[in-house]
Each structure stands twice: as structure tokens, then as C-alpha cells.
Ligand binder design. Sequence first.
Ligand code: ATP
Ligand code: MG
Length: 569
Amino acid sequence: MSSDTPAPEPRSLHFIEEIVEADRASGKHGGRVLTRFPPEPNGYLHIGHAKSICLNFGLAKAYGGATNLRFDDTNPVKEDVEYVDSIREDVQWLGFEWKGEHYASDYFQFMYDYAEYLIEQGKAYVCDLTEAEIREYRGNFHVPGKASPYRERSADENLDLFRRMKAGEFEDGAKVLRAKIDMQAGNMNLRDPLMYRIRRAHHHRTGDAWCIYPMYDYAHGVSDAIETITHSICTLEFSDHRPLYDWFLEQDGEATFFQRPLPRQIEFARLNLTYTVMSKRRLLQLVQDGIVSGWDDPRMPTICGLRRRGYTPESVRAFAERVGVAKRDMVADVGLLEFCIREDLEKRAPRRMAVLRPLKVVITNMGDADAFEVEVANHPEDQAMGTRKLPFTRELFIDQDDFREEAPKKWFRLAPGAEVRLRGACLVTCKEVIKDAAGHVVELRCEWDPASKGGNAPDGRKVKGTLHWVSAPNAVKAEVRLYDTLFTQEDPMDVPEGQDWKALLNPGSLEVLTEARLEPSLAGATAGERFQFERTGYFSLDPDSRLGALVFNRTVGLKDSWSKIEAKQ
Ligand code: ATP
Ligand code: MG
């Protein structure tokens, strides 16, 4: 973590830290802490994963331990190397280094051997029921389970059938391997859960070597135990699976498949964010339906989307720290995420002047020869960031938002007859408003006070409004993309029966301004570079930019003081 990140506020330990501290105090695992982040490579990581990454890596780091990156690649149908690469990149970008890089598929042989062992011990059997029959036999919370007619097959028969499943003698779906636990268990997960199914699918790492694949509940705990993970942190929906997690690992009995003590599963609350969807399945749908430009569309809650939007890793980590670790599911306000990036960029983003919707200003009492250079600070509070020089010329652009033909109360910006300060340059007064045939204001004729060069008049008269501006002949033209939330409703999943969640998409989530004018120094900006455009927000150069055709993304706006005043009026 970079040294300029302020230490988080001191806080009390969260419940997972308490568990780890107790384990260290009792000498369990010899004081060792080894966590893992186990993504399934079936999509890009999102801000919820970032929470899990920060928790796993942060915990290990705090206790002198380490974290493995494990790709949970047991379902070949939905997985892809594209996702593996993006996950590695995103974890690194967040600022974390993993100890081992592992793939659940590397353990397929081990898992298979352990499954044979469980069969030999009479703890697993091959079942020929169909998927629907298995569901029916399993019952539900009120209906007791019924034993499968195949439950009492002998170990020898099971072993033979399982080997033939692996050899490819049976059709997909014809047989499964099930753990033999308890068909009457109150916890549905223990009613003889599936361990293996037959699926002829090409795996992105093991190719066609296997036609049977292990189920998540079996594969996950076994992978943790192989890696000698100490604390296996997952989200709350796995609470009911914990007895199964433990069961699979505890059955190795006399055989020493797994090192003791076994890993412990600990669940914490999944993170959700307002005004967006989070599940990979839904995000994939947005990508496939062309609703967004890709996984890294700056409106997406994905890590690559946030990166492209201009978020810093520090801000995402600060957000993860602030939302905390809860035992109940929570929805974080997207405003908190925005607060974190503003707080970070406020300190580190150099200031620049850029006019998003240009309105031409001509200073009628200024000749071309009166043009001058102004020197402005790159950061008002950080002198070390230096200064830069900007040309001030007779023809300028200001933002359309900074002019009102009829000025409301407390309007300190430009209006007919009003005087304002052009940041760092001088005072100007609006003398005349030029309109086109349709009545739109196209130009303001102003006069400057030459004695106010530098920003203030010698007579000390009060001029409250200060506007940003760019020199018209020197400005760099650019495209600017402004973003709003993807959905119009805080919880887009909360839709009435029969209505599609996509009906709640925000049609105004992207606004493209093609006529923006930037101060000349921005011509040399590089992709990913971040700036504060004075008075309009924080911006970052989009990778779509080409020489002479810059594209800036607004990461987040500044807190807009005028809209607050207006709201009160
Ligand atoms: P999704 O439901 O979004 O597709 P997932 O749980 O299927 O996510 P995995 O790749 O299995 O995604 O997740 C990797 C790790 O990240 C898991 O340990 C999972 O618990 C954790 N994780 C996923 N989503 C969240 C979330 N919203 N908040 C916190 N942790 C999460
Ligand atoms: Mg998953």
C-alpha cells in the first residue's frame, strides 16, 4: 500500500479479526494465517469482490500471513481464460500480491482419489436418479427426504460405476456421485448432496481430460484443505453449507488426506451497492445486450469499469474499509463510494480549466496585442504540485452554465451587466448578448478592466463570482462523457411481478459532450491520468482517446454549491 494513504481511523476489531486473534492466542495453526480469494473465472470482478479481496488480503497482511489466489474453475461451461487474466489484473491493480496462484482444476486428480476413498468407506454412492427425481426425493423443509433406491449399492459396485463414469461410459446426466449423509437432516444441504456429475465440456485448463466434474461444495473445502488455508472466508449464503464443508473434510479418518487443524469457514455479509446490479450473471447480460459498451464501461460496478471511470485503488480500498464487515447483508450507498474517490482526488488531482459546454466570450476593449499569460497553481493547497501558464486572449470560452440572461437571486455568475472574475486573469463585465435566429445565446460581448490583471481591481470593489475559462484560439477540443447511475431505482431488483428489471435502466446514464474545450496543457494527457476540472468535477482520460481526439470521463462531480442554493430557493 502506498505510503501517502492515510491510516484508517482506529476502530474496534470486527468479528473475523476476533476469530483470527483467538486462534493465534490459542496456538491453533501455529499462529499461521493463510487466506484465499477464490473467484470463479466466469466474469469480471466487481466492487463486491473488491470487498472480499480487501478483507482476505488485508486480514492476512495484518497478522503477518499470506493470501492465495485460487481460481474456482470447476464449471467448465461458463469459464474462460479471458476472465482469469482480468481477475489477475484487477487484484494487482487493487494493490495486492498473492502467495500461491492455484486452480481448483489442478486438484481434480486429488479430488477424484478422495472421492474413491469416500466410496470405499461407504460414504458416497453412484445414483441413477434423474435431476428431477433427486429433487423430489430430497423433499423440503416440511417434507422428509426419501432414500434413493441406489443408496445401498455396495462399495465395490459404486467404485466400478464411478470409474466408468470417469472413463466416459455413460451419457451426460445419466449418473451422479452423491455423498451418503442423512436424508432426514433438517439442513437440506446434508440430504445426500451431489459430489460429481457427468459433463462433456471442454475445460479451459484441463481440456478434455475429464468428463466428470466436482460440485462446488465438495471442491471448495477440499481445495482449501489442500492449500492448508486457515480461515476460509465466504459470503453468508454459504452458512447453511458449513456443516457440509466440515463433513467432507472430516471424513478422511485414518487416511491423512488433510493436514490438521482443518480450515474453518467463516461467513460475512455480501456487499451490495445502490442503483446497480452486482451479480456477474446480470452484469454479463448488460454486456451481451449491448446496454453497456463492455465489462469496463465506466458505468459498471466492475473493478475495470471503476478503473476506467478514474477511480484509484486507494479509493476502492478506503471504501471497502469504510463499509466494514457485517454479519447481515447490507446495501452500501453509492454516495459513499463517490465520497471516497472525491476525498482521494481532492488531494492528488492537479487542477485544470476545461469548459464542458462552451459559450464564446469576446472582450471588445482588448486587442490581440493585449493578450497575456497567467500563471496558476496546479493545486490550491499543495505548492509542491507547481504552477502552469495559460494564455489569456481576447476571445475565450466559458461554460454555458455560468451565464443566465435573467439572473436569479444570489446568482454571482455572469448575466447582462454583471461583473465576474475570470480565474487568475482579470475582471470582466457583460455588455451585450448576441443570439442566433432561433434566439439562442451564442456570444457574450464583455469588457475587461485592465487594472484588474491578476484577478482584483485596485479600488478593492467586491466581485463575488469566479469563473473558469479557456482561451478560444489555444483551446483543445475534446469529447467529455458524463455518467449517472445505471438504474433509476435504489434497488433495481425490487421490481413488481412480471416486470423486467431492465425496465429500470436509466436512459440518462451516459451523456456525451462533443464540443468541450480544454486548456492547452491537457493536449499531452495520457490514458488514465486524472485531473480536477475546476468547478465541474474529477476527470480521467479514457483509453478511447487518440492524438488530437481526446476523450475524458467524469469520474465524479464536485459537490455542486449552486444546485444546493437553487434547491433552497
Ligand atoms: P456473483 O454472485 O456476483 O456472480 P460469486 O459469489 O458467484 O459472485 P465468485 O467468483 O464465486 O463470485 O466470488 C469470489 C469470492 O468473492 C467469493 O468468496 C465470494 O463470496 C466473494 N464475493 C462475491 N460477491 C461478493 C459481494 N457482493 N460481496 C462480498 N463478497 C463477494
Ligand atoms: Mg460463485
